[in-house]
Ligand binder design. Structure first.
Ligand SMILES: Nc1ncnc2c1ncn2[C@@H]1O[C@H](COP(=O)(O)OP(=O)(O)O)[C@@H](O)[C@H]1O
Ligand SMILES: [Mg+2]
Length: 244
């Protein structure tokens, strides 16, 4: 099914201050793949993910989502296919109540109010936050905000789910719930994280980014057991692979 395809072909991106954050990245992610993106702080992971829904547009090279080349004209269409959960949930939640935030996307897609109400209940239940429905998002804990941000994205039933450091604010129980949720999500997933145990649990494939380039791309169990390569990237073996 070509509509779940994510292709990066020699993508370059430079911030206005001259920082070359992405320097020729290529990969191809096909339908149903689960891909972890790992690398040191500043390696370029977030910049890369921001290209997946056209929040950023490559300066050189191309990004293809499904059968569309990403550019300013296709960006809106691409956002219907790709749901991105940003690193900081405060960037995602801006409405007066949790309900309004989760309902926002589906209403924009033109769903009826009744259907939207059903959908909101369903996804809030999935992330364990149904009881928070009428609360203002700024009254929630960091973990609750993350869960609601995730709900607001899955409410749109994206073909491709992209997450930037989704577990960083979560307590162990919420983290485990998130892992279970991600394992059940059948579509294409791309997850950037320092939580290598989570990547190992959720992703079959792993891409290592260093200074804006891909330095490794392969099966997650192989890449995440390569102690030398992980250390070169300021990362450590997942706890589950450390021999005590
Ligand atoms: N808005 C920005 N303006 C200038 N440089 C930026 C901006 N955002 C990120 N960078 C720089 O781009 C590089 C990649 O950053 P980022 O994609 O956030 O890495 P990561 O998510 O892997 O930590 C870093 O050198 C970072 O300092
Ligand atoms: Mg980042």
């Amino acid at each position: 099914m070509s509509h779940h395809l994510v292709v990066f072909d020699s993508v370059f991106f430079c911030y206005p201050d001259g920082t070359e954050a992405i320097k020729g990245v290529s990969f191809r992610i096909t339908h149903g793949e689960s891909v972890g993106i790992v690398g040191a702080n500043g390696a370029g992971k977030s910049t890369l993910l921001m290209h997946m829904n056209g929040y950023l547009i490559p300066m050189k090279g191309s990004v293809i989502i499904g059968d569309l080349y990403l550019d300013k004209k296709t960006r809106q269409e691409i956002r219907k296919k790709v749901g991105v959960v940003f690193q900081n949930p405060d960037d995602q939640l801006f409405m007066p109540t949790v309900f309004d935030d989760v309902a926002f996307g589906p209403l924009n897609l033109g769903m009826s109010e009744e259907k939207v109400r059903e959908r909101v209940d369903e996804v809030l239940k999935t992330v364990g936050c149904l009881s928070l429905k009428d609360k203002p998002p700024h009254h929630l804990s960091a973990g609750q905000k993350s869960a609601v941000a995730i709900a607001s994205v899955i409410a749109m039933r994206p073909d491709i789910l992209v997450m930037d450091e989704p577990a960083s604010n979560l307590d162990p129980r919420s983290r485990r719930q998130l892992i279970n949720l991600l394992r059940e999500f059948e579509h294409t997933k791309v997850i950037a994280s320092h939580d290598l145990d989570m990547i190992l649990d959720v992703c079959k494939r792993c891409i290592v980014i260093k200074e804006g380039r891909v330095v490794a791309d392969g099966p997650a169990d192989r890449i995440l057991s390569d102690r030398v390569q992980l250390e070169e990237n300021n990362l450590e073996l997942p706890l589950s692979l450390q021999r005590l």
